[in-house]
Design a protein around this ligand. Structure first.
Ligand code: ADP
Ligand code: MG
Length: 305
């Protein structure tokens, strides 16, 4: 098993350090995305890495990019450490930091939109519906309960904020921001990717309640699906056999972590702000097990890295 990694430090120019991943420049047309084992909950990054989490995220994305290649073109090149080293010889001495967690991608200019698809009414969508009876500004049928199935699924875009929280916007606003033609095409592509992923996950007893996609424009003008795809960090996965509308559903992967942190908050031992508290080993291990289980349930395979 690879060592847990809080942050990678590779001999390539760092383009961006996100909440979870480092983005490195390989050349004008190519990026290396490295998923660390950092975990965030309640918008705070916790101090302890979760073993294997980075590999789970990268390998689930790699699985979907391959599975969905016929549905939508993507930035995915390879997530195999040996292939990455063969293409980027400078990384030869850093193979251990790549295994499982690194993905070589086509470089794009990301569009400033989060392409969110909701198949169930949860989270901020449930909050909007309860308050206004709408989702992404459009009316929904009355009488829907929390976690109700939305049929057909609903496109509910948000702006990608560099700092602070993403802001939910309407489809009309999306068309203004990226152009009507691009908005229409990527809305359709997002719905198609969601539907294909949802059907595949259903065969394995998993509900994909909602998910967020990102798209970018490559140098040749192609619009590509980028970032991560249908992972536990970009989606809500619910075990189908425990689904019951009318209440919130248990989160598939971060539940042990959320329960622990909620307990600290309730007893006044943590105020909910940065820095987050040290996690006890049993919480770290339980969370790691959940992520590895998510990989197994989604792909039907054992995580090798
Ligand atoms: N092919 C790509 N081209 C350009 N940028 C990309 C590509 N794929 C992913 N990204 C960007 O890389 C970053 C991934 O790091 P992440 O930890 O997810 O950051 P964040 O905290 O913004 O979610 C995101 O900002 C995403 O937009
Ligand atoms: Mg991200």
């Amino acid at each position: 098993m690879p060592h847990p990694l809080t942050a990678s430090a590779l001999p390539l120019p760092l383009v961006r350090r996100g909440k979870v991943r480092e983005v490195y420049e390989v050349d004008n047309a190519t990026l290396l995305l490295v998923a660390s084992d950092r975990v965030s909950a309640f918008d705070v990054v916790l101090p302890n890495p979760i073993p294997r989490k980075g590999a789970v995220l990268t390998q689930i994305s790699a699985y979907w990019f391959r599975e969905l290649a016929a549905v939508v073109p993507s930035h995915f090149l390879t997530a195999d450490a040996d292939e990455i080293v063969a293409r980027v010889p400078r990384l030869a001495d850093h193979r251990a930091d790549l295994v499982g967690r690194a993905m070589l991608c086509r470089r794009t200019t990301p569009l400033p939109i989060e392409w969110v698809i909701r198949g169930y009414l949860s989270g901020s969508a449930w909050a909007e519906y309860r308050q206004h009876g709408t989702l992404a500004g459009e009316p929904l049928p009355t009488g829907l309960v929390e976690s109700a199935k939305l049929d057909p699924p609903v496109f509910s875009p948000a702006t990608k904020a560099d700092v602070g929280h993403d802001e939910n916007i309407t489809f009309a606003r999306t068309r203004e921001l990226v152009g009507a033609d691009v908005a229409d095409r990527l809305r359709a592509a997002s719905l198609a990717v969601y539907a294909a992923g949802r059907d595949r996950a259903a065969e394995r007893g998993l509900i994909i309640a909602d998910t967020k996609f990102e798209f970018g424009r490559a140098a040749d003008d192609a619009l590509l699906l980028i970032d991560e795809v249908l992972t536990p960090d970009s989606s809500r996965f619910w075990p189908a056999d425990r689904y019951a509308p009318g209440r919130g559903q248990p989160s598939f992967d971060k539940q042990p972590l959320r329960d622990y942190l909620a307990g600290l908050k309730a007893s006044g031992q943590w105020d909910g702000n940065d820095p987050g508290p040290d996690l006890p080993p049993e919480v770290v291990h339980a969370t790691s097990d959940r992520y590895v289980d998510a990989y197994r349930r989604i792909t039907g395979r054992e995580l090798s890295a």
